[in-house]
Structures are given as C-alpha cells and as structure tokens.
Design a protein around this ligand. Structure first.
Ligand code: ACO
Length: 431
C-alpha cells in the first residue's frame, strides 16, 4: 500500500452515519488511521486487546520493518551502529537525536563518568535486600528509590538530556554489579575512569580477578550486545515507561516500572528463560523434535522461548548480530559451550517446521544473548538486568520525547464492559 495512491481520509460507516477519519503517514511510509474523533462523533470505541493494531504515539526515534527485518535508530541502521559505535555514543544518539562529534562525545563521557558512583547511603540500602532477591527486583526497587536521593525533574543539562537520565545511565551498571558482589559477600569495587562503559561494569562485577585480556574481549562483545538492546520503539516496557510518565510521575518511577515490565519471560525475561530451556534439554537429554512438538501443542503451556515476536515476521535483525557476537566471543575466549549446538539444532528444526513457518516464528533477540552472557561467566539471574542496562537509553529517549510532545495526554485506555448489568443491591442477610 502506498500513501501516494491513498485518499488522505478513510470513511467509516456505522449504522447510517459516515465519519471521515484522517490518515497519517510516517517518514518510512507507514499509514495510520487517526481515530481521535471516533468516540466523540459516534459513541463507538476501537477494541484492540494487546494493541496489535494500535499506534500509541508518533515517534522519531526508532523505525522497525517487521516484514523485512529492518531496524534503524534516528535513521542509522542498527548494524552500522553496532559495528562502528560504542554504547554511550548510541545512547547519546537516541536521546539527543544526533551522533556526537568528538567534542560533544568527550563532554558526554565526562558527564557519565562524573556520575559513575554510588554514594554510601545507596550502598547501605543495597545491603538490606534479602540475599535471595532476584536482581531485577533489586534493580527496579533501587531505581525507584533514587527519587529520594535525586529528582531534578526537567533539569536539562546537555542537548535535551536531563541530569536524571545521565544518573540512571551511569548508576544502573553499578547497582547491578554491587548487588552481584554483596550477595556473594564480596566488597564493592569502584569504577575506573579509564575504562569504557561495558568494561567498567565487568570490572565492578569481577574485579581484577578477571584478567585484563579477557575483560577487553568480553567488554567489546558486551558493548555490541548493549547496543542491540538500546531501543525497540513501543514494546511492552517502553509503553509502560510512557504510560507511567503520562501521569507526570517522576523519571525514576517511570523507569522502575519499565524494569518491572521487562522482567516478564514473554519480554526481556526470555533471555533467562531460553538458557533454562536449553539447560533442561541438555540435562534431561530431551529429544529436540519432542521439544518442538510440545511447543506446538496448544494444551501444553510450554512455548519455545526466544522464538516469535509481535513485530518481526522474519528473522529478528538483532538476533543475527547476537549470534555473530556469540560465535566471535566463544572463539576469542576459547570457550566450548555445548548449548550453542543445542540452540542451533533447535532453531533448524523449528525453522523447517510447518507450524513455525506458517506463523512466521523466528528466533528473537533473546535466543542467543543468554549464551553470550553464560560464556562470560555471568549468572543467569543477571541476564535481564543486562537487558535493562541496554534498554535504558531507549526508555529515557522515549520519555524525553514524550514529555516534549504537545499532543501528550494521560494514557487512559477505555474498555467494553462485559460484567452483570446494573442490579438491585441485596443486603447480606438476604444473600
Ligand atoms: N512457541 C510456540 N508457539 C508460539 C510462540 C512460541 N515461542 N510464539 C508464538 N507462538 C504461536 C502462538 O501460540 C500463536 O499461535 P495460534 O495463532 O495458533 O494461536 C501464534 O504463534 C501467534 O502468537 P501470539 O502469542 O499471538 O503472538 P504475540 O505477538 O502476541 O506474542 C511473543 C509475541 C510474546 C513474543 C510470543 O511469540 C512468545 O511468547 N514468544 C516466546 C517468549 C519470547 O521469546 N519473548 C521475547 C520476545 S522479544 C523481546 O521482548 C525482547
């Protein structure tokens, strides 16, 4: 469908009433029906559970073509960014709209480094979480509590970027790494200003016990993995961030909510679920054909984790890059990871299976990332925390864009009520 050949309005007929609704076109040719006037003019609402047909906003940050497997941020292809930039450069692009020149990049790095610390009270706070707490619950909760420490809402410091956004980017890896260490009874490691973003995170987790050469190999891979997670337009967690912001809640409340949404196994939690699935297969010696048969069985709740996506009807372009990172990492680290073989065989069987072919179910970003993290010696329960670190600039960029949007209103969907009709109240003694 081409917008050029379309009339600029759609006509909707309800009973005898005709309503003309404007069509809106994006820069890459996507077309939407602007339904703002629908209820006001007709009393009818649109019903779209799961929002598969609903655009919640216009956005200039990320474009996805789910049919062709294309993703670009602010016009730059994800692959080009992953091959040529570091994570903080991409974060700057997402939030400010442009890639930084050398001077801006130096300033930007300086700001991140200045904020790469956790004060004594924050460190003390971390000590009080039960050791068995999932790292995602600690991360969400500590991020929410940052409001008590900071909270310069709306205070722009750098090309449209707010100080709280800088703080969140700088402090999230430390919250994750400090929590990892204190759970194991190890002392905190302070960031090293000479190290890059991913390297500092690995250093803060593993200290100098991780030899420098391996740390460099791992941080190069991790920078790429963070970049492929950096934004993905209006996914579940990003929509949550926008939804929370729409009530004018503070940035920490919005991001804390986003972390909660990401945790679920149908979303970012799938990276942990994939490794659980692959380990179960390996440990129990399960037959892969049988695993795929179970995934197709509607009476069995089991799904092939790391497969399928709401938008992609072809191979997720992020999964292609993740697989390349895994292959490269295993060679460079000299690690033999048998789960890669299992994953590749499972992928092959699924991609040739009629059920998966008919439904366009392909590996998504979470299918291979867990294997990379596992090869780095990062425990499974940290995988979705790494996704949160990667997605942070996307959440922040979407929040910044949302706050500046003049058409912004509180997000408040409607419903169609299907409960009992109004009825007479019955006193308890007569029920
Ligand atoms: N295994 C088996 N069947 C699947 C799978 C799967 N992984 N994914 C989808 N299907 C089937 C559904 O049962 C459905 O079949 P039907 O048409 O016969 O009813 C059809 O494919 C369409 O699936 P929906 O659930 O309607 O697709 P939706 O867009 O709502 O869900 C989702 C997308 C949640 C990602 C889904 O594919 C899934 O559960 N995948 C596994 C979890 C996962 O990997 N999540 C990570 C997603 S990427 C990310 O969030 C970062």
């Amino acid at each position: 469908m081409s917008f050029e050949t379309l009339p600029k309005k759609a006509t909707l007929q309800i009973d005898n009433q005709n309503l003309e609704l404007p069509l809106v076109e994006g820069t890459e040719g996507e077309v939407a029906l602007d339904a703002l006037a629908l209820r006001k003019e007709t009393g009818v609402i649109s019903l779209d559970p799961g929002y598969g047909n609903t655009g919640s906003c216009t956005s200039g940050i990320t474009f996805l073509d789910g049919e062709k497997g294309v993703i670009h941020h602010r016009g730059y292809l994800l692959r080009d960014l992953a091959e040529n930039c570091d994570f903080l450069e991409v974060a700057y692009l997402l939030m400010s709209g442009e890639l930084p020149n050398e001077a801006r990049y130096a300033q930007w790095l300086g700001m991140i480094k200045e904020n790469t610390f956790l004060g004594p009270m924050l460190q003390e706070l971390l000590n009080h979480y039960p050791v068995r707490s999932h790292p995602m619950s600690v991360l969400a909760s500590v991020v929410l509590s940052l409001n008590g420490f900071y909270g310069d809402l709306g205070h722009e410091v750098f090309n449209g970027i707010e100080l709280d956004a800088v703080r969140l980017l700088a402090k999230t890896p430390l919250i994750a790494a400090h929590n990892f260490r204190r759970k194991r009874g190890m002392g905190y490691i302070y960031a090293d200003p000479d190290m890059g973003y991913a390297e500092n995170f690995l250093y803060s987790m593993f200290s100098k016990r991780l030899p420098e050469e391996r740390r460099k190999i791992m941080s190069e891979a991790l920078e790429k993995l963070l970049i492929i997670h950096a934004d993905h337009e209006q996914n579940c967690s990003t929509s949550t961030v926008r939804m929370i912001s729409s009530s004018n809640a503070n940035v920490f409340a919005a991001i804390g909510g986003g972390i909660g949404a990401l945790w679920g196994p149908l979303h970012g939690g799938a990276n942990e679920a994939v490794i659980n699935m692959l380990e179960d297969i390996a440990m129990q010696g399960q037959d892969l054909q049988e695993v795929v048969r179970r995934a197709k069985d509607k009476s069995d709740p089991f799904r092939l984790m790391g497969f399928g996506h709401r938008v992609y009807k072809t191979y997720d372009p992020r999964a292609v890059i993740a697989k390349e990172v895994v292959d490269d990492l295993l060679v460079k680290l000299g690690v033999d990871e048998p789960l890669v073989q299992t994953a590749m065989e499972l992928e092959k069987i699924a991609l040739e299976d009629e059920y998966f072919v008919k439904r366009n179910l392909y590996p998504n970003v979470d299918f291979y990332t867990g294997i990379a993290y596992k090869a780095m010696g990062i425990p499974k329960e940290m995988f979705t925390v790494l996704f949160s670190m990667g997605r942070m600039p996307g959440w922040l960029a979407q929040l910044i864009e949302f706050r500046a949007d003049d058409s912004r209103r509180i997000c408040r969907p409607r419903q169609i009520y299907t409960g009992p009709e109004q009825r007479d109240f019955v006193p308890m003694s007569e029920r």
